[in-house]
Ligand binder design. Structure first.
Ligand code: HEC
Ligand code: HEC
Length: 436
């Protein structure tokens, strides 16, 4: 028997609810603690460039995308951005990873590094602005319904933008609610769910991804749209590095993501001496404490009977990747089950969702089609957000139905079955998804 049953039913499910309540109580204790308050203040702090009179808050940049974590993740939530054609505001919460290939691996671009920074300290130029256009096509469902799908095509403008990019990967800032539980799903559970060579022949081969950028492989990831950061400490350090240009013990480069050829950036004043970090490990830990205390997403629309839609979700294969329940190992060693609707594994999602190259062809960089199963908790609230639903990694989907129709690759059969549902069944499926 497997150590981690795929889910719970009957009395076990009831027990999970009780354990969930215990977790909620533990969460609220944590929320009261001083560290959470300090972590929140750091999350909202506007960092300034060096040298400044407030030594403790300086070192921003030299190149950066925003001045605070909360600029992109307002209140710990996802980016609130109206995704439209035209120039994106500099810290809109949609970032662009870029790269070239070297020896078959993804390599930083020699003039941009691995992310385009849209802001710079006085005296330096940002790497460019991001400009959005949409490429659209239609999908026809079996019952004749037509759906228009749009894919954002993001270009770097405003500078002598390089044209030789082999990899362009736009990413929307996701919600951070519940990341404390995602971090606690045991690796043994992920290893058990993973099936990279599809040995069980169900067409779904979730993989645990190991760091794909550096020379040395890191341990399996679980954060980020591509699931490449293993824990909150490293994810937060990556955010400081790429988004704010601040160094941490894990990512000690004082100049952040500036490539070697970006001499002016590498020589600009920094917020710490060589060998020291601008942000020390304690500050990273405080932010992690704050993130762990953010409440898990609550279902937005309770009440309605969504059991028919839940059954369809399982029957057409959505639940093979969007696994409802996951165990989290608490600090006490106890296991609590929670409901993120994700296996936290990475799947080949086909060409439609794949990262592109500068000429808009599908990128051939390894991993271009790979995405971590997006947790569906909180989906109902996201789908009705004022700024637009902005679903999927680049915010392209304006509705839950659009998000489903972009599924391809390993999810192609499930998507086909969703497209073949009667209008009534499709409505039931979506009502269930809106209840999450
Ligand atoms: C410029 C916008 C921006 C800023 C500023 C920013 N982030 Fe993010 N954040 C993102 C994007 C985009 C992603 C998705 C990254 C990816 O998929 O590679 C992300 C992902 C994350 C995740 C992973 C969530 C998950 O479930 O996968 C965490 C945690 C996080 N950010 C924390 C932070 C913290 C802490 C800060 C401040 C130190 C910060 N972010 C600053 C845009 C931003
Ligand atoms: C092979 C695994 C797999 C299957 C099967 C699958 N999904 Fe997904 N799903 C994903 C991945 C991976 C993403 C993230 C893709 C991205 O952002 O590019 C995702 C994203 C989504 C999103 C967008 C969530 C958000 O917050 O942006 C929705 C909604 C969704 N899936 C619903 C479904 C439904 C409904 C089905 C069944 C018809 C289904 N999925 C089947 C892997 C899968």
């Amino acid at each position: 028997m497997s150590r981690w049953p795929r889910g719970l039913a009957g009395p076990a499910a009831a027990l999970a609810v009780v354990l969930g309540a215990a977790q909620a109580a533990a969460d609220s204790l944590a929320r009261d603690s001083m560290d959470v308050v300090l972590g929140k203040a750091l999350f909202e702090r506007l960092w300034v460039s060096a040298p400044s009179s407030t030594k403790a808050a300086d070192g921003l940049g030299p190149l950066f995308n925003a001045r605070a974590c909360s600029s992109c993740h307002q209140g710990g939530g996802r980016a609130t951005l109206a995704l439209e054609e035209g120039d994106l505001p500099p810290s809109a919460g949609l970032t662009l990873r870029v790269g070239t290939t070297a020896e078959g691996r993804l390599a930083p671009h020699p003039e941009l590094g691995l992310q385009v920074q849209t802001m710079a300290v006085a005296g330096l130029r940002p790497e460019g602005e991001l400009h959005v256009t949409f490429v659209t096509h239609g999908e026809r469902l079996t019952d004749g319904t037509e759906v228009e799908l749009r894919r954002p095509r993001i270009r770097i403008t405003g500078q002598d933008a390089p044209r030789d990019l082999a990899w362009i990967s736009p990413r929307l800032a996701p919600s951070l609610h519940g990341s404390g539980l995602l971090e606690r799903v045991p690796l043994s559970r992920l290893a058990e769910l993973a099936d990279p060579d599809d040995l069980d022949g169900d067409g779904i081969s979730g993989a645990m991804i190991v760091g794909q950028y550096g020379e040395q492989d890191i341990e399996p990831g679980r954060f980020g749209w591509k699931g490449d950061e293993p824990d909150l400490t490293r994810q937060i350090s990556a955010a400081f590095h790429f988004d704010l240009g601040l160094s941490t013990p894990v990512r000690p480069e004082l100049w952040g993501d500036c490539a070697e050829a970006q001499a002016a950036c590498r020589e600009a004043p920094q917020g710490a001496a060589a060998g020291e970090a601008e942000i020390d490990g304690n500050l990273v830990a405080l932010i992690a404490t704050y993130l762990r205390a953010l409440p898990v997403p609550a279902g937005s629309r309770g009440g309605a009977d969504v059991s028919a839609g839940a059954a369809l979700f399982g029957a057409i294969g959505c639940g093979n990747c969007h696994i409802a329940q996951q165990p989290a190992e608490l600090a006490s060693g106890e296991i609590t089950w929670f409901r993120p609707y994700s296996d936290l594994l990475v799947h080949d999602m086909g060409d439609g969702l794949a990262d592109r190259a500068a000429d808009d062809s599908v990128s051939t960089v390894p991993g271009a089609r790979d995405w971590r199963t997006a947790p569906l908790w909180g989906l109902g609230a996201r789908a009705v957000a004022e700024e637009g639903a902005n679903l999927l990694h680049d915010g392209r989907a304006r509705s839950i139905l659009e998000a489903i129709l972009w599924h391809g690759g390993e999810a192609e059969p499930a998507k086909q079955r969703a497209g073949e549902l009667s209008a009534a069944d499709r409505a039931a499926l979506i009502a269930f998804l809106e209840s999450l």
